[in-house]
Design a protein. Structure first.
Length: 98
């Protein structure tokens, strides 16, 4: 995996939260962002595992419901290899409307 690459990993399709976290820890440290497109419940579980609950209005919305196609933006300051439970801040949560 290189920092400026787009990779499609079959392992994401039915990944458990633990295996998803292992994959994220393998991201090169010079990569500034990752777009994770996967399936439920892993996507939702990752957000709740990695995020630090706070008074951000996004946490209220995400706690009420995490519908299909919703997008959570998390921010992490550190090396990917040390990504851990509650190590990220939830920046935004968007539910696309048709």
């Amino acid at each position: 995996m290189s920092a400026n690459s787009i990779e499609f990993l079959d392992a994401i399709y039915e990944a458990s939260t633990a295996s998803a976290l292992r994959l994220l820890r393998e991201v090169p440290n010079d990569a500034q962002s990752v777009l994770w497109l996967g399936h439920f419940p892993t996507v939702e579980d990752l957000v709740f595992t990695l995020g630090q609950p706070d008074d951000n209005p996004a946490w209220q919305r995400i706690s009420e419901k995490y519908p299909t196609s919703a997008i959570a933006t998390l921010e992490f300051d550190g090396e990917w290899s040390i990504l851990a439970r509650e190590s990220c801040q939830l920046i935004d949560f968007v539910i696309p409307r048709g």
